[in-house]
Design a binder for this molecule. Structure first.
Ligand code: FE
Length: 205
């Protein structure tokens, strides 16, 4: 068999993750353990429907609608359910707002808890040991590595996510955005800014 020979340069077994997933999927389908149509739907949901654009819509509306903002800070769940932004890994959301004197930042020190319905799937760095340990130990240093330098007087508050509670950060609304529509404002809200590891984009930047 060629793949048993050590001098053969290529393995005939799937080497990259995509092939391995495919092999696993075929096996599980053959055994009747998964339904490929259901799997396709889940993949479509997280590829196309769920992502930071959802959180950005929430933030933009909080920036422009004071009644909505205070309702969201009080208890976001009724509004999130109404907006269809409710689901797995987002059952109990808490929304924290950056202000002139407080910057919020989110981590899951234990694993990788993240608000899926609002931000999609977490980025690799969010799940890394380094981020999880350093976000609580030296948040300002971590923020600086993300390009966020805060004034000395600004307090940094780090929120540790759990299986129950997930957080969304509302970044500060950039100056010079007074005339912008909600859609335009949503375009300024980055994923990282809603984790607290970034700031909203400046208009025209
Ligand atoms: Fe976790």
């Amino acid at each position: 068999m060629p793949h048993d020979s050590h001098d053969h340069p290529h393995s005939l077994l799937p080497s990259d993750p995509a092939l391995r997933v495919k092999a696993l999927e075929t096996l599980l389908t053959d055994k009747g353990l998964i339904d490929p149509a259901a799997l396709d739907e889940i993949i479509d949901t997280y590829e196309n429907k769920v992502g930071p654009q959802n959180g950005a819509r929430v933030v933009a509306r909080m920036w422009t609608d004071p009644a909505f903002r205070s309702a969201m800070l009080d208890d976001p769940m009724p509004k999130l359910i109404e907006m269809g932004l409710y689901g797995r890994q987002g059952e109990h959301m808490v929304i924290v707002e950056n202000t002139e004197d407080t910057h919020n930042m989110v981590v899951c020190t234990l694993c990788s808890c993240y608000p899926w319905p609002l931000l999609g799937i977490p980025p690799g760095w969010y799940k890394s040991d380094a981020y999880r340990a350093r976000a609580v130990r030296e948040p300002r240093k971590v923020l600086a590595e993300f390009g966020v330098t805060l004034d000395e007087g600004v307090k940094v508050r780090v929120w540790d996510s759990t299986a129950e509670v997930r957080y969304l950060v509302v970044p500060r609304r950039p100056v010079g955005t007074e005339g912008m529509s909600e859609d335009e404002l949503a375009g300024l809200v980055t994923r990282d800014s809603m984790i607290g590891c970034g700031l909203a984009r400046e208009p025209g930047a």
